[in-house]
Design a protein around this ligand. Structure first.
Ligand code: ARG
Length: 558
């Protein structure tokens, strides 16, 4: 509603202030009898060198809009009284007519690339990768809702000197059966053993370098082993993606750029951007940043070299409006550095590259990825959440027929929602008990609200879509305003690359609806019953859509 009033004001005062400035000035009056919104005219008075009261009066006389029932001038303020029934009509009819296309922007012909998840082959899928996966997926959904075509890329960590070490370790101590039994666990063991042994035996490191060189030169044995490590790791990762219902358009990881780095290095050279430092080739950046390492003394390339090659490849292939990199904030310097390198090469699209950083997951205030040297497996975390959900559902709704399926949706949903409900830069506390609470600020709370409405609509056999909207109870008003705000939330979530805006939005809508639900007998037979049901339907539609953007399912019963 605030946007509507701001727009009307902006048109009336003919550009003296922008809608953004007006929005910031608009306030909620202290007492309800003073209206729904108030606009103080003092800033404007200074600008126009007139008395506030006088300006307020002359603006008020010109205001006319179907959503505004009345305007009154009090002191230097213009007080607006909203026409609730006109707004209600407009919002409900618009949602009724567009369904889950409500707030869907038209295809804008632009493309965005989202680089997210990107776990490392032969290493456990960490909680950090979970965050990247969940935030990246939501951002991708939100971008689509904003009219972009989205390319989802999993930039797998499948290249680098560690694969030389792994090959050597496997040939020395590995067992095929053990790896097939528990791939990542076993490969990690080999990797750790390699480091232990290499402390005693320096020659191992030379062997590893040679093995990686062989891999880079496409030696058959090295390549076969590397492919095998990759495939068995992917089997495990796929299980996680399946459980989270997340798909990618491309799994081209670092290895894919093996043959695409040379041209970048040559171009850097030709542009005289490379300098030698301790035998390595680097690009010097501004004083405030350390140089970006491009090739090591032995010619080996690095993480940054592959990211440079990837950026060029994506720019050429997809012509994206933006490339988002959803990666933890500990890599901020890395992204700043290689964005700067592209900028120094003279490419203006460097400014279209955006790092989307995030904080850590904590358990009891401590970083969660390792505990007493033991790795916490994401799969175990998800399974535990699902088990807890199952128990909760059994207590609440023992006759539910598809308990298994719903427990998956609720358990996984709880983990996802817990991750997304706070601004991504905040560290998040991992508490199973809290994230499962049906009454807290949780995924299950929103899902439960949705399920409650669904069963109400089913009970009422609500199908009548062409009905007139009559006035609703006063208690519906906050939820109506919230429904009207959905397109704004969708837009802001994209602009700020912040899914928490949607998470907070669905929480607010669910809360507003539950207040109404507590006050109102929805199924009472009177002339407003159909309108109440339509209102419920609209709330459910938007809740379901918001959950979907975040990557959660909305079960109809739970
Ligand atoms: N595999 C990397 C890691 O786990 C993340 C890759 C992120 N994407 C990128 N283009 N650098 O740290």
């Amino acid at each position: 509603m605030i946007q509507t009033v701001a727009k009307v004001l902006e048109q009336t005062i003919e550009g003296e202030l922008t809608t953004v400035e007006i929005t910031a000035l608009l306030e909620k009056p202290k007492h309800q009898h003073l209206g729904d919104l108030a606009f103080p005219c003092f800033t404007l008075a200074k600008k126009m060198k007139q008395a506030p009261q006088q300006i307020a009066q002359s603006i008020a006389e010109k205001i006319e809009h179907p959503f505004i029932q009345d305007v009154q001038v009090v002191g230097g303020y213009i007080n607006f009284f909203v026409n609730q029934s006109a707004v209600t009509q407009q919002v409900l009819i618009s949602i009724r007519d567009s369904g889950d296309n409500y707030a869907q922007a038209e295809n804008n012909g632009q493309r965005v690339v989202i680089d997210f998840s990107s776990p490392n082959i032969a290493k456990p899928f960490s909680m950090g990768h979970l965050r990247s996966t969940v935030i990246g997926n939501a951002l991708a959904n939100i971008a689509q809702k904003n009219g972009y075509e989205v390319v989802r890329i999993n930039h797998l960590g499948d290249w680098g000197t560690q694969f030389g070490k792994l090959i050597v370790a496997y040939l020395l101590w590995g067992s095929k059966e053990a790896i097939e039994e528990a791939p990542i666990q076993e490969l990690l063991k080999l990797y750790v053993k390699f480091h232990d042994e290499a402390e005693q035996d320096e020659a191992l490191n030379d062997k590893a370098r040679a093995a990686f060189k062989a891999l880079e030169d496409q030696d058959a044995e090295a390549t076969a082993l590397w492919e095998w490590f990759k495939n068995v790791s992917l089997v495990e990762f796929r299980g996680i993606y399946e459980q989270l219902s997340i798909e990618f358009d491309s799994l081209e990881g670092e290895a894919f750029y093996n043959d695409k780095m040379q041209t970048v290095v040559e171009e850097l050279h030709a542009k005289q951007l490379l300098t030698v430092s301790d035998g390595a080739n680097v690009v010097e950046l501004d004083d405030e940043m350390p140089p970006c390492l491009i090739t090591k003394q032995d010619g080996a390339t690095l993480y940054a070299t592959r990211d440079l090659a990837a950026a060029f490849y994506r720019q050429k292939h997809y012509r994206p409006e933006k490339i988002f990199y959803v990666v933890g904030n500990e890599q901020t310097l890395h992204f700043k550095q290689f964005f700067k390198v592209i900028d120094k090469m003279g490419y203006s699209w460097a400014k279209r590259l955006q790092h989307v950083p995030f904080g850590m997951i904590l358990k009891d205030g401590k970083k969660m990825s390792t505990r007493k040297g033991r790795v916490i497996l994401l799969k175990d975390v998800l399974d535990e959440a699902v088990q807890t959900a199952k128990q909760n559902i059994k207590d609440k709704n023992p006759t539910l027929s598809n308990i298994e399926e719903v427990a998956q949706q609720v358990g996984v949903g709880a983990v996802i929602f817990n991750d997304l409900k706070n601004f991504r830069m905040n560290d998040i506390e991992f508490s199973l008990e809290q994230m499962m609470n049906f009454e807290g600020e949780t995924g299950p709370y929103v899902q439960y609200t949705y399920a409650r409405i669904s069963s109400l609509l089913e009970k009422a056999q609500f199908t009548s879509f062409n009905l007139e909207v009559t006035d609703l109870e006063e208690q519906a008003w906050p939820a109506i305003l919230c429904l009207q705000d959905y397109p704004k939330a969708v837009k802001e979530a994209y602009e700020q690359a912040d899914p928490s805006i949607i998470a907070k939005y669905v929480l607010q809508l669910a809360r507003a609806f539950n207040k109404y639900y507590g006050h109102t007998k929805i199924l009472v037979e009177d002339s407003a019953k159909e309108s109440r049901l339509l209102f419920c339907y609209c709330v459910a539609t938007v809740l379901e859509d918001g959950l979907k953007l975040l990557g959660l399912k909305a079960p109809r019963d739970m």
